[in-house]
Design a protein around this ligand. Structure first.
Ligand SMILES: NC(=O)c1ccc[n+]([C@@H]2O[C@H](COP(=O)([O-])OP(=O)(O)OC[C@H]3O[C@@H](n4cnc5c(N)ncnc54)[C@H](OP(=O)(O)O)[C@@H]3O)[C@@H](O)[C@H]2O)c1
Length: 267
């Protein structure tokens, strides 16, 4: 069965104007799905939408919306109208790098809004509609940073743990109702957002960053087979060491020490 036959005609990608979200948009359009694309910046979003129309001949609906807005889900529902969403990728995330106390509380709460609260609203509405129709697919972007406390990335990493655990719970609840949910736990990936942080090398164990397209293709192959997965063999290996060989204390220390080295942070 083709991907489109299995899931339906229309996909929504939240956080679609660059990086992993743009790669999801291309991958889904190449499978013949029409797209609803969401991001804050109108210019880059419309550029991606136009590229996709020209390259794949599918329809696109770009929606500019800040997912940190308290009514973001309502804004999106209003812009979409009654068009059914058959496949959803919640890709956007806010992050910060640095000491918890050097970052204002409003940044921490914005991270919670984008990475968790709006995600829950969209899962409740669009996931609920998929469950009613007995068909659909949902990707939630998580990160291996969420497998343990990650100093100098503490709030972001905590939301990524939330993303994975929520996706796994919904995978269990919605699988018998015909809706596949998966958490994609990526490691370092060469997106503009990641490259702009100018990361140094954390440790000799650190795998080479993946390309967004590699993460996305692995995810679209895995959905329907597992509640969550770690992208790339290097990340799978390092995560195995961190979760099963080293103690929890050692894993937390290694993450924090790695962040200090990568970004020249003084404790
Ligand atoms: N890159 C990595 O190394 C890495 C590693 C592990 C996990 N991940 C996860 O993979 C996902 C994608 O990461 P990424 O590096 O591609 O970049 P990202 O910065 O998380 O996402 C970029 C996309 O999201 C949009 N976006 C960001 N904040 C938004 C907001 N408040 N409202 C609406 N749209 C928003 C951006 O467009 P606008 O700026 O136009 O809004 C852009 O299209 C995230 O969930 C991240 O946690 C990434």
């Amino acid at each position: 069965m083709t991907f489109k036959k299995k899931y339906g005609n229309t996909a929504l990608v939240a956080g679609a104007s660059e990086g992993m979200g743009a790669a999801y948009a291309h991958a889904l359009a190449s499978r013949g799905l029409d797209l609803v694309l969401i991001a804050r910046r109108k210019g880059p979003l419309e550029e991606i939408a136009q590229q996709i129309i020209e390259q794949y001949g599918v329809k696109t609906l770009p929606i500019t919306c800040d997912l940190a807005d308290a009514d973001a889900t309502q804004q999106i529902i209003h812009a979409i109208g009654d068009m059914p969403i058959d496949f959803m990728v919640y890709n956007a995330a806010l992050s910060y790098i640095g000491p918890y106390l050097a970052t204002g509380l409003s940044t921490h709460t914005d991270i919670a809004k984008v990475n968790m609260l709006t995600q829950m609203g969209m899962l409740h509405y669009f996931g609920g509609k998929m469950v009613e129709r007995g068909k659909g697919g949902i990707v939630i972007m998580s990160s291996i940073a969420g497998f343990q406390g990650s100093g100098y990335l503490s709030t972001y990493a905590a939301t990524k743990a939330f993303n994975r655990v929520l996706a796994e719970g919904l995978w269990y609840e919605w699988k018998p109702k015909g809706v596949d949910v998966i958490a994609c736990c990526a490691g370092a990936t060469a997106t503009p957002n990641y490259i702009n942080t100018k990361p140094g090398k954390a440790s000799p164990l650190e795998p080479k960053p993946q390309l967004p397209e590699q993460v996305v293709e692995e995810c679209l192959r895995k959905i329907g087979t597992t509640p969550s997965f770690i992208s790339g063999s290097g990340n799978k290996f390092v995560s195995f060491l961190m979760q099963h060989i080293f103690s929890r204390k050692k894993a937390v220390e290694m993450m924090g020490d790695g962040m200090m080295t990568m970004y020249g942070i003084k404790g």
